[in-house]
Design a protein around this ligand. Structure first.
Ligand SMILES: Cc1cc2nc3c(=O)[nH]c(=O)nc-3n(C[C@H](O)[C@H](O)[C@H](O)COP(=O)(O)O)c2cc1C
Length: 263
């Protein structure tokens, strides 16, 4: 009888401990969720700044972003800016959620297979892009880019200088490529190679190219070529493809043409 009692007690105590622990873990998880969201938001902003050379250690990310960067909602097909009077739950700058807009039946669309070089199947019809101005003149434009690597979809930003031809920088804020292989997209040394490369030629044709292997510095094409990532040809090819996708007619082509015309 005494033995049965003690078994019952052990089970009850164990259940009690489990309950208390699970309550603790779930309340900590809920409590941290808001902070994680905020950290993700700040990390994204930091990458926007880094792409445009506006970040250095110790800089106040939120303040610099608020002072220097102007987010603009655009319609991709026309390149037109969407005015605040047309904003709604999905189409707005403050709470723009690219995945939600992509999957929205009206605001997102399927990409025909033969055009889907970025391997993303669907795309938003609208996107928030970022302008940096100095003395009211455009100094940089920062464009969100994403597409398939080997294991994951990579999400990042590509910034162009005010000539709308040369690259100011590239950064990534989300991917699941292998550290040391495809994950080298985050390596500042590799990202630095992009700076100053020609994305477009004089007549506006896209020429940027991420190679498999190293760029020959004596080649006449070196000005628009980027070294591939060693041992990560699939990620490299992915980046090459989706950068090309986003910079041409199905991506930001119409918007970049409007900027070139000065509209
Ligand atoms: C565990 C493991 C992880 C890998 N991760 C990547 C990766 O993140 N990106 C990538 O392109 N290749 C990755 N690879 C290598 C690919 O399978 C493939 O061999 C490689 O892309 C070919 O590149 P290479 O021609 O430069 O060697 C990985 C391979 C292994 C075994």
């Amino acid at each position: 009888m005494a033995q049965q009692d003690s078994v019952k007690k052990i089970v009850l105590v164990a259940l009690g401990v489990c309950l208390v622990c699970s309550l603790l873990v779930s309340s900590v998880a809920v409590g941290l969720a808001a902070r994680q969201d905020e950290n993700r938001r700040l990390d994204k902003i930091k990458n926007i700044l880094r792409a445009a050379d506006l970040y250095s250690d110790g800089v106040d990310v939120g303040k610099t972003y608020a002072e220097k960067v102007e987010p603009v909602l655009i319609e991709l097909s026309s390149g037109e800016t969407v005015g605040e009077d047309q904003f709604n739950e999905f189409l707005n700058i403050e709470n723009f959620n690219m995945d939600e807009v992509t999957n929205h039946p009206e605001y997102g669309e399927a990409i025909p297979r033969d055009e889907d070089i970025g391997g993303i199947s669907r795309k938003p019809k609208y996107m928030v892009v970022y302008l940096v101005k100095e003395n009211d003149q455009l100094s940089k434009v920062i464009l969100p880019v994403h597409g398939k690597g080997l294991w994951s979809t990579l999400y990042g930003f590509l910034s162009l200088n005010n000539d709308l031809k040369t690259v100011s920088g590239i950064t990534f804020y989300q991917h699941a490529e292998t550290p040391g292989l495809g994950g080298e997209v985050d390596n500042p040394r590799w990202q630095a190679i992009w700076k100053g490369k020609n994305a477009f030629d004089e007549s506006g044709g896209l020429i940027i190219q991420v190679l498999k292997g190293q760029v020959d510095p004596s080649s006449p094409n070196a000005g628009h070529q980027i070294d591939g990532l060693a041992g990560a040809t699939i990620t490299t090819r992915g980046v090459d493809n989706f950068v090309k996708y986003w910079l041409t007619e199905n991506g930001y082509g119409p918007f970049l043409n409007k900027l070139r015309e000065g509209n």
